[in-house]
Design a protein around this ligand. Structure first.
Ligand code: BEZ
Ligand code: FE
Length: 282
């Protein structure tokens, strides 16, 4: 029997302990995790107290992750990991952005032009959002689905706020034969990501603020096409180049123009979406 007597030998012993038939992708990921974790611990000379504090941090993240809250996704966001995954998966030129933890499936299906706001929000400014969904060749996509969601003017999504009706500020729209869609919503306002748990502790340790620039979330999808998970940003927001989770892409920053009475709202924004063909391997 050989016992590891050096850091390298220990790392190799842990790597070599796995069985022969581990599912290949899981082997790649977990072995890389082991190598990087061992590297990190060695690089910073981690103490036992620091290791136990890190474990407590993860336990606390688990404890607070109830009732729709997911602190681990939040921490991944704070550390830029979800944006990194998006960049690697779709490249910097794509229209994609991170999903974030506030998505809820089963938003109500609404007619073109409907308002996703079910109650008047204090200080609300209404926006008319419209645009066209096309394929990469620019041809209209008929019957594409757009799921949209946003926080209210108090910075909370419906699932975080008992004062809001269920599914407030969420809607599902469909394009017509020209690929056209439209809806009304609130002009989005900047808001803090939840910072009353371990994610907030991490921000404070790093002397960082929790604010996200004003945005509206989208998932645009259609049969035989890759869905685009995205966010549309208001160019006028003071946090536009200082997002707490690094998710802003220049191509998603748009001007919310005065509506001038055209749609009966205060502001107007046009946002077109291009849906790539379905991934042939999928
Ligand atoms: C959001 O944009 O909804 C969001 C993203 C990351 C953390 C929390 C919220
Ligand atoms: Fe959001």
């Amino acid at each position: 029997m050989v016992f590891p007597t050096s850091i390298d030998q220990l790392t190799h012993a842990v790597l070599n302990a796995s069985g022969a038939d581990v599912e290949p992708r899981k082997r790649v990921i977990i072995e890389s995790l082991i190598r990087h974790l061992h590297g990190l611990v060695s690089e910073v000379n981690l103490t036992l107290d620091e290791l136990l504090a890190a474990c407590r941090f993860l336990v606390d993240a688990g404890k607070i992750s109830t009732g729709g809250r997911d602190e681990f996704v939040l921490i991944a966001n704070i550390l830029g990991v979800e944006v990194l995954v998006d960049m690697i998966s779709h490249g910097p030129e794509s229209q994609t952005a991170i999903l974030g933890p506030m998505y809820r499936s089963e938003a109500p299906r609404l007619p073109t032009g409907a308002n996703i706001s079910r109650v008047r929000a204090p200080g609300e400014v209404q926006v008319f959002v419209e645009g066209y969904v096309t394929d990469v060749a620019g041809l209209p996509v008929n019957g594409a689905t757009l799921e949209v969601w946003q926080a209210s003017t108090n910075g909370l999504y419906d699932n975080e706020d008992p004062e809001q009706p269920d599914m407030n500020l969420r809607g599902l729209f469909e394009t017509d034969a020209k690929g056209y869609y439209a809806f009304r919503c609130l002009r989005p306002t900047p808001y803090p990501i939840p910072d009353d748990g371990p994610g907030g502790r991490l921000l404070r340790i790093l002397h960082r603020h929790p604010m996200r620039p004003a945005h509206i979330h989208f998932i645009v999808s259609a049969p035989a096409r890759q869905p685009v998970i995205s966010q549309l940003y208001d160019s006028d927001c003071k946090y536009i180049d200082n997002d707490s989770i690094f998710a802003v892409k220049p191509s998603l920053v748009l001007d919310f123009e005065p509506d001038n009475g055209t749609h009966g709202t205060d502001r107007y924004v046009r946002c077109d979406w291009r849906l790539p063909d379905a991934n042939p391997q999928a």
